[in-house]
Design a protein around this ligand. Structure first.
Ligand code: PRX
Length: 656
């Protein structure tokens, strides 16, 4: 049974925050949504799907006869790019701003829906000329600039499948994802602005595909953004400006089946190799559009929406690209980091564009909280009327601070629980309806069926257990790219007939959900999902390392932090140098193997690791060490003296 200390206090939360009567009066989501969905869940989703533009309407809603493989709206046909762009232009909304772009270096640009459509048509024509056809895969490795959105929409306009790889991943990670997806085209940039500098992207692509390491790749399109020098491969590389700018601005969007693959997004699991999560078209767009509109209370002619996520993560897919554009709202896209040129940058952006809806992660909120309210207080944030949180549990202190300091003690907070796999928000308050509790994601959205179960798979009505989803939902993953067995095994085997999300959760006495976090070997660092196994295998790939164990230790700002315990190979101890040398070397090695986001905060060199008699590493005990707690029960260890060997060494180290 999942356990997390401190949660009992949370469950006695008595504060409630109801929306103001003005908010309720104009709210998009009405309470009937819950009763409609309860009365007929499938008809409820069919109704939401009909709000999209279908080239050919669907007649079937759900086919789950081949469970756990689901088909939604299967005989319908649509084009996702048409739904996010053409439709607005055809229906007279072409002059509305789609994107206000704010470059970290001060560059700005705006795109109306009509302009964005033209750019997407040109990019689609350019990609087609480079040989891209429906079903092909495209790897996108770009900074957070409008062209990243254009590249995604141009890809899906052609029926091709994008796989966006976050710019912080290394050449190694890039290579394994390109090869797993067998991408034909790579879209990248020379570099982008981060922390006041140009951070290069093209060298990682060059390194990933060097020596024909990625035989599927036929062309690389390079956007000029950083202005940095790049090396050039005449056979593969094309400047974006050469191929896109001169392409025809005419392109008709063809219809594809509702189950046509839309994108693959790699995410960390409990084993070493990231999984390519597959999403398809009609169901995904239905739930992305419905949740975006209702959870964020979108009034497209009035709102300026800003989701701070990068398009390299699922939040950027669903709540920067597909949901907002399908709903025709105006949004801000910011390229850089919140501290550049200073920690007022985000609030300056809110003031400048009069942002009305802000969606971000608890890590950012906690960081701002630590820096003090003087910074946001310098700016006019009075335009904000809805605040969103995603990616990790939000502690009540951060929740209250967010509401008070950023939301003027008035804006409702939507704490949204979901995952790469769920494609869209699953559990969240609805801002004009729910009286929220700080720290609780509250209840499942209309049309979502959830159960918290115990070890035996029995439903728990109060208290803690495993968070499962009991009925298919439109934006559910359709599988793991190229590995149907792994899909069944990973998500549907622990609690037969139910999707198990990997999270523990508790129900309080009102029936509201409190997410406890992952109960598997997946860590959540600053809202980024990292696998202990993946980092362990990166560590042991270094010649100095014999064995490694990684745990996620509590961290006040980032939620969790990566802490690694390594045993050095006996013949390498001398070569490895001091513990601090090894630590630096191995942190850099992890950055090279996976990406800087996976760098352990701490590496502890130890002589032994605590293992059970069957050889399983007892991470619970290592977490005790990493969090500086008294060591828990050691009786199941094969060698009960191991923990004192570890702690003695660390204590000795601390006094050195
Ligand atoms: O542990 C949950 C946590 O993030 C995990 C999913 O990570 P990822 O696929 O990268 O998607 C993140 C953005 C949707 C979940 O298994 N998580 C996500 N949202 C919340 C959360 N934990 C607590 N509260 C949330 N609101």
């Amino acid at each position: 049974m999942p356990e997390k200390s401190g949660i009992e206090n949370l469950l006695h939360e008595t504060r409630r925050f109801s929306p103001s009567s003005e908010f309720v009066a104009q709210a998009v989501a009405k309470p009937e949504l819950y009763s409609e969905a309860k009365a007929d869940r499938l008809e409820f989703w069919a109704k939401q799907a009909r709000a999209l533009h279908w080239h050919k309407p669907f007649t079937k809603t759900l086919d789950f006869s081949n469970a756990p493989f689901a088909s939604w709206f299967e005989d319908g046909e649509l084009n996702v790019s048409y739904n996010t762009l053409d439709r607005h232009v055809i229906e007279g909304r072409g002059d509305r701003i789609a994107i206000y772009f704010e470059g970290e270096n001060g560059d700005t640009s705006t795109y109306t829906y009509a302009q964005l459509l033209t750019e997407v048509k040109k990019a689609a024509n350019a990609f087609q000329t480079l040989g891209l056809v429906s079903g092909d895969r495209v790897a996108i490795y770009m900074p957070m600039v409008p062209e990243a959105v254009i590249a995604m929409l141009a890809t899906v306009r052609l029926g091709a499948i994008h796989s966006v790889i976050f710019g912080g991943f290394s050449a190694e990670s890039l290579r394994s994802r390109i090869n797993d997806a067998e991408a034909k085209l790579i879209i990248t940039a020379d570099g982008g602005y981060r922390k006041g500098k140009v951070s290069a992207l093209k060298p990682a692509v060059d390194e990933a595909i060097a020596d024909s390491a990625c035989p599927s790749v036929k062309a690389v399109v390079v956007l000029k953004r950083g202005g940095n020098e790049v090396s050039w491969n005449q056979n593969l590389d094309h400047w974006w400006s050469d191929v896109v700018d001169s392409a025809s601005p005419e392109h008709e969007a063809k219809a594809f089946g509702a189950e046509h693959p839309l994108f693959i997004l790699y995410t960390s699991g409990t084993t070493g190799k990231p999984k390519g999560i597959l999403h398809t078209s009609g169901g995904y767009l239905t739930q992305a559009t419905f949740t975006h509109k209702n959870v964020f209370d979108i009034h497209p002619t009035k709102d300026i929406y800003w989701c701070t996520a990068d398009v390299g993560w699922i939040t950027g897919h669903t709540y920067v690209v597909y949901g907002p554009l399908a709903n025709g709202v105006s949004q801000v896209i910011y390229e850089g980091t919140p501290d550049t040129p200073d920690w007022g940058r985000w609030w300056k952006i809110v003031e400048k564009y009069k942002v009305t809806i802000l969606y971000t992660a608890p890590t950012a909120i906690r960081t701002f909280m630590k820096l003090g309210r003087e910074i946001p207080d310098k700016y006019d944030l009075s335009s904000i009327r809805v605040l969103g949180s995603v990616g990790e549990p939000i502690n009540p202190e951060a929740w209250i601070w967010y509401r008070d300091v950023i939301g003027g003690n008035n804006a409702p907070i939507v704490d949204t629980w979901w995952q790469t796999e769920t494609g869209a928000i699953m559990i969240s308050p609805l801002p004009g309806i729910t009286a929220t509790k700080p720290g609780s994601a509250m209840i499942p959205l209309p049309g979502i069926s959830m159960e918290i179960v115990d070890d035996a798979g029995k439903k728990v009505t109060s208290g803690g257990g495993y968070l499962t989803i009991t009925e298919p939902w439109p934006s559910m993953l359709r599988g793991i790219w190229g590995d149907n067995e792994r899909y069944k095994e990973t998500y549907w085997s622990q609690h037969p007939g139910k999707y198990f999300a990997g999270d523990g959760a508790k129900l309080d006495t009102d029936g509201d959900v409190w997410i406890l976090g992952r109960v598997d070997d997946v860590m959540n660092v600053s809202g980024h999902r990292l696998s202990t196994a993946e980092i362990e295998s990166a560590l042991v790939s270094h010649p100095f390392v014999a064995e490694a164990a990684v745990v996620g230790a509590k961290d006040e700002t980032t939620g969790q932090a990566v802490v690694a315990f390594v045993i050095l190979r006996s013949d390498q101890v001398a070569a490895a140098g001091s513990d601090s040398d090894v630590s630096k070397l191995l942190r850099d090695h992890v950055a090279k193997e996976i990406g800087a986001i996976a760098k352990p905060r701490t590496i502890m060199v130890v002589a032994e690791l605590p293992k059970t008699r069957s050889g399983k590493i007892m991470r619970r005990l290592l977490r005790d060490v990493a969090e500086d707690r008294p060591i828990g029960d050691v009786t199941t260890l094969a060698d009960t003296s191991v923990m004192s060997v570890i702690t003695d060494k660390l204590e000795a180290g601390a006094t050195d």
